[in-house]
Design a protein around this ligand. Structure first.
Ligand SMILES: [Zn+2]
Ligand SMILES: [Zn+2]
Length: 245
């Protein structure tokens, strides 16, 4: 086993609120400057840019995981990670079909650009990705699991789009093994104020929409390999695996 420095919540050029500067080659360069060796692309409600970033990551010798930040019908942000690209793509199709059929307002939110690994534009996504799925939290979590994915509530300490901000409490079901927190959070202080999380596993990420955000938040993980299965084991503290924030 070895240590990995991971940032598993990053937006690509496809996220309408993100900068076009988040193109894969510049993003990978910035990750290398920050000594982050494992990252995931988690765009809003789509994984269409994961193939391009996976290819560039591989060329650069970085580890990459397929991810997505789903907005549930309660407007909760739930991250999902997959080890199998084919299962990820099947899930992605199902998720796309569950989104409200609204068009992106490109003038307000910016263009939603799907690219290849050479940064050629393959297409511009017209459907609004900053938008909710018709699935609620429970159905989203179940569907992620049915496709072999691992669900992680995003920025659980945030004032908007977190489980706590949307529901006002932590439900007993669905149960989660790992929770994402914002880059700036003082975890020790927060765990005291939120006893529910005292003994639960947390993971920090940048939630970067711009290059300058990279490096602001990451976690160090002690694992056998950089994979979603290992991430899940680390959340449970299995066999010496460990998350250090
Ligand atoms: Zn979010
Ligand atoms: Zn995000």
């Amino acid at each position: 086993m070895r240590w990995f420095r991971a940032d598993l919540h990053i937006h690509s050029v496809l996220s309408p609120c993100g900068g076009l500067e988040m193109a894969p080659h510049d993003l990978v360069k910035r990750l290398q400057e920050c000594k982050i060796d494992w990252f995931a692309i988690t765009d809003h409600n789509t994984m269409a840019n994961c193939p391009a970033y996976a290819a560039v990551a591989k060329d650069a010798g970085l580890f990459f995981s397929w991810g997505v930040e789903i907005q549930t019908s309660e407007e909760i942000h739930l991250l999902a990670y997959f080890d199998s690209p084919s299962q990820a793509q099947e899930f992605d199709t199902k998720l796309y079909n569950s989104l409200l059929p609204l068009e992106n307002d490109a003038e307000y939110f910016g263009d939603q650009v799907v690219i290849d690994e050479n940064e050629n534009i393959l297409r511009v996504e017209q459907r609004a990705l900053i938008n909710s799925s018709l699935w609620d939290l429970s159905q989203t979590a179940k569907t992620i699991m049915a496709y072999g994915g691992f669900a992680v509530p995003a920025h659980i300490d945030a004032g908007v789009n977190s489980i706590i901000s949307q529901l006002g409490f932590m439900p007993e079901e669905p149960a989660f093994e790992l929770f994402g927190v914002t880059a700036g959070l003082d975890m020790q202080d927060w765990r005291v104020r939120q006893p529910y999380f005292t003994k639960r596993s947390l993971i920090k990420a940048s939630d970067a929409h711009y290059l300058a955000d990279i490096g602001s938040g990451y976690s160090e993980l002690y694992l056998a390999e950089a994979s979603v299965a290992e991430l899940q084991k680390a959340a449970l503290g299995a066999d010496g695996r460990h998350i250090k924030n």
